[in-house]
Design a protein around this ligand. Structure first.
Ligand code: HEC
Length: 174
């Protein structure tokens, strides 16, 4: 074969093969199905179940639905026993998240609470709060209420239950 046609065939094969990545040395290690830096996480496989995080309560569309859902939340069981450790954790989280409005003693007279013009933050000693089921308080902390912010981002579910254990044991009658 003449030298010229060898070069011709080599070029022909190269041009034809390049778009389909046919050469073994075209396989770069970087081209693989694994996650690369800054790429989004692969969606969970079918049938996989989250073990923590995620939303635990449905989202109400209006005040009426919120009231219904709060009533229904009464059946939610508090999974965190109200022991010393939980109450201490609750006191800690209350100090960070609630004290500014509800006050150190839960009277609704925290430095920010005093600025409320329309409805002040409730006095947490009142039967209104104390007689609510833990699940209903959990609903309020998860979803917020009127001018009160929600805590589903700032507090994990178990931290919310800790705060509820603190509110019930510290500001309750017994
Ligand atoms: C920015 C101020 C603010 C913060 C912070 C705040 N609250 Fe409130 N809270 C309010 C206000 C205002 C209300 C009254 C809402 C209304 O209009 O019904 C309220 C109401 C409540 C109620 C009664 C809800 C009901 O059933 O009507 C509970 C219980 C409560 N807060 C607990 C907490 C706890 C626990 C925290 C901390 C995790 C907290 N709040 C943080 C302002 C606040």
């Amino acid at each position: 074969m003449k030298r010229g046609s060898l070069v011709f065939y080599f070029l022909l094969v190269t041009v034809a093969a390049t778009p389909v990545g046919a050469f073994p040395w075209d396989q770069d290690m970087v081209d693989q199905p694994s996650e690369k830096a800054q790429e989004s996480i692969a969606p969970p496989g079918p049938g996989s179940v989250p073990v923590n995080g995620g939303e635990t309560l449905p989202i109400p569309k209006n005040d009426e639905e919120a009231a219904d859902m709060k009533a229904a939340a009464a059946s939610l069981q508090n999974p965190v026993p109200a022991n010393r450790e939980s109450i201490d954790r609750g006191k800690y989280f209350y100090g960070i998240n609630c004290l500014v409005c509800h006050g150190e003693d839960g009277r609704g007279d925290g430095p920010v609470g005093l600025k409320f013009i329309e409805k002040a933050p409730v006095d947490l000693h009142d039967t209104y709060t104390q007689e609510q089921a833990d699940g209903q308080l959990f609903f309020t902390l998860t979803r917020g209420r009127a001018k009160m912010p929600f805590y589903r981002d700032a507090l994990s579910p178990s931290e919310r239950w800790d705060v509820i254990n603190y509110v019930k044991s510290e500001f309750g009658e017994e």
